[in-house]
Design a binder for this molecule. Sequence first.
Ligand code: FES
Length: 127
Amino acid sequence: MALYSEKLMDHFRNPRNMGSIEDANGIGEVGNAKCGDIMKIYLKIENDVVKDVKFETFGCGSAIASSSMATEMIKGKPLSEVKKLTNKAVAEALDGMPPHKMHCSVLAEEAVLSALKDYGERTGKTV
Ligand code: FES
């Protein structure tokens, strides 16, 4: 069996929503101290819905694929759903990841939650 799923390879080769959002109102940046990879998520939230989302990931292929999938999973979604995003759900949506790469999907969960937290701090809203 191939180490990486077709879907993961597709999101790595053709990442969705890569880039930044100039007027983002929630930005989250997280890193993994062990591998040194960094992931940044930009959210544009309107009426408690993620209108737009982009990411910048300086990291491995699994981290890039995880960011790409995570942005697809939260785009257009209400915050009540977005805050429930888990790394497990991201990995499953990518048709699985090798166990030693699961920490890459954790970065995606953490970056999204960190961006939500930033949005809460900027707006004074409880997210
Ligand atoms: Fe560090 Fe993938 S190896 S995020």
